[in-house]
Design a binder for this molecule. Structure first.
Ligand code: ATR
Length: 284
């Protein structure tokens, strides 16, 4: 029997059927004998604010927010963490005393996955981030806090990459923005880690070549924010000799752990649920 009163949590998105968040959070809650109700709710595209208002008015404690509502959640939050403010996107809402706090735990999830699960310390590394949309922005603060030496932002629309580079420099880390495709001639040999935040992989191998020259991949650690069938960048980098080709499953679990920490002040052990999902649904 759980020893705490039931708290209401949910994840919203559109679509949301595919979400693993309920299983992950039930696993975390059981570690602390917490009694949670964690639902998946598909919300109409124009109805996020109305839905969130009702959820929190009825006493909901916390909400995870998936695509395409992270910017709506950013606007909905009454108080924003510095990382969420910079990202312009919120994936975790937490109600305390009638105020709704907004966080972005995606970037912390990525950093924790790389450093704790894969032993890839980020301090002093030179990082190439492919994409400059909402997912990329969420990485900025956690990468800066992890003390990387440089971030190169690469994007189809270079202006967005230049903007992120300026923000990164203002935060005290060397940075520049470049267009696509990224080649050795553009970024040199100094890059250690390549992170794909775009959905280009879904559009086929030819599109991946337009993103990044295959010759840039050999010997580097490559991380795809996607997982499962969508992780084509991961598969492609493995074929082109990456030192390590990682998918975003660990980031999924770690961002959830960070959300759980915001809600309950408790840090769950993440390895068992990660291994269970890896073995049963996402074998590599
Ligand atoms: P998300 O929140 O998942 O980051 P987003 O904010 O819409 O979604 O950003 C999508 C990213 O993928 C952007 O960097 C986008 O590039 P643009 O800013 O130039 O649009 C990138 N992207 C999507 N399709 C692409 C393609 N076919 N080729 C190159 N980049 C692509």
């Amino acid at each position: 029997m759980s020893s705490t009163p039931e708290v209401q949590l949910e994840v919203v998105g559109n679509p949301i059927k595919h979400s693993w968040s309920p299983q992950i959070h039930q696993d975390f809650a059981s570690q602390f004998a917490r009694n949670i109700s964690y639902e998946k709710t598909e919300v109409a595209l124009d109805a996020f604010a109305q839905h969130a208002e009702t959820f929190f008015n009825l006493g909901g404690l916390g909400m995870n927010v998936e695509v395409p509502f992270k910017e709506d959640a950013y606007r909905f939050a009454s108080v924003l963490s510095p990382g969420a403010k910079l990202a312009g996107a919120v994936n975790t809402l937490h109600q305390i005393d009638g105020q709704v706090y907004g966080y972005n735990t995606d970037g912390v999830g990525l950093v924790n996955d790389l450093t704790h699960r894969f032993g890839c310390a980020l301090a002093g590394r030179r990082v190439l981030v492919l994409g400059a949309g909402g997912s990329a922005k969420g990485l900025l603060t956690p990468l800066v806090q992890a003390q990387v030496a440089e971030i190169v932002w690469a994007n189809r629309t270079p202006e967005k990459a230049h903007e992120l580079a300026a923000t990164t420099r203002a935060a005290g880390v060397a940075s520049r923005g470049v267009g696509l495709p990224v080649t050795r001639a553009v970024v040199g040999d100094e890059i250690n880690l390549i992170i794909n935040t775009t959905s280009v992989g879904l559009q086929g191998a030819a599109e991946l070549n337009k993103l990044c020259a295959p010759t840039l991949i050999a010997g580097r650690i490559c991380y795809d924010l996607s997982y499962g069938a969508n992780a084509r960048f991961q598969q492609w980098t493995a074929q082109h000799g990456a030192a390590q080709s990682l998918d975003g499953l660990g980031m999924l679990v770690e961002q959830a752990a960070q959300s759980f920490f915001h809600w309950f002040g408790e840090r769950p052990v993440t390895e068992p649920i990660y291994q269970r999902l890896r073995t049963t649904h996402f074998p590599t």
